[in-house]
Design a protein around this ligand. Sequence first.
Ligand code: SF4
Ligand code: SF4
Length: 383
Amino acid sequence: MEHQLPEIFDSFSEARRNGFLQMKALKDNGKKVAGTFCTYTPLELFDAAGMATVGLCSTSDETIPDAETVLPRNLCPLIKSSYGFAITNKCPYMYFSDLVVGETTCDGKKKMYEYLGEIKNTHVMQLPQNQEDEISKELWYQEIIRLKERIESDFEVIITNEDLENSIKRKNKERRLLKGIYETSMNFPPPITGLEQLKILFGTQFKFNEEEKIKELENTLEKLTTINNTNSSNISLDSKRIVITGCPMGGVTEKIVDIIEQQGGIVVAYENCTGAKKVENFVEENTEDPFRAVSEAYLNIGCSVMTPDDKRYVLLQDLVHRFKADAVIEMTLQACHTYAIETNQVKRICDSINIPFLTVETDYSTSDIAQLTTRIGAFLEII
Ligand code: SF4
Ligand code: SF4
């Protein structure tokens, strides 16, 4: 499919690379940086402490052989690649991070953090595996407070309720804009391709000037709304509308979206950590205890590390309905057991609402592109 990426979107696709210089400038001015790995990390706390945050999950296979000198080969590529970038010092964002924050999510990640802790200043939050019971909620609240104390002692700052309230409002504003941007793809046809939407969602995390980021998002939303209002999208109305679900996406795994869109589909929404999962949980504003509000909103995220993981299934069905999807395609990463086990449940749900479902497993190589093209092409033909 011919992409219609207007100039304004270029800055999102290049954001990761261009962000290196921006972050160096921030560091030179004394700004502290927290590197994060997961959507459960409460970003508002760092913002309230005057820190910048950056996502460290890696999306390329470049350093996997280095990682495999320490970690087993049969491990999810995201974990191996992220650790590989840390030990080879090849990721400037890892290098710039004054504190790296992880959570006890999947087994692979939490064990990898033990090794990461040998080379980086690392803090691991104890994430409960259930979102409903009182003990889990209280544990997560206490972990939010423990993170606050760690930030305060490492960086000699105080995070007041007022600081946090302001950060909650800032981050909610960003969420509202991102949601507004991807919801323009509810239109028939959507104003942009799924690949373009992914680049915006992925690229936003590498923009470190908050004011500029908000302006750019407002600008983008306006352009997309105009494309919809003037019926000037160049996407065919016949394209099959796809909701993506599964493991986080970006970098080399964009290959899945690319294949879908080369084969006559159009990705309209992402039920994963690159997309709606990190955006749809707004933190309640103006509460008595903003730390409690942060803990409640973040514990609401649906991920396969939770048991049960009903919130994932609710969001998935919601996106299917809201975006009037024709099918769901799931991407799991090799050796990601929690998502792979949930595949069957996702299939059952799709069957129950009469939505065709395809699951594909991949890694960070490009060697499976031909095989993926055949499978995805055949699937799109029958829906
Ligand atoms: S998929 Fe789950 S563990 Fe992975 S980044 Fe998202 S919330 Fe965290
Ligand atoms: S993709 Fe799966 S195995 Fe990999 S880090 Fe995320 S939850 Fe863990």
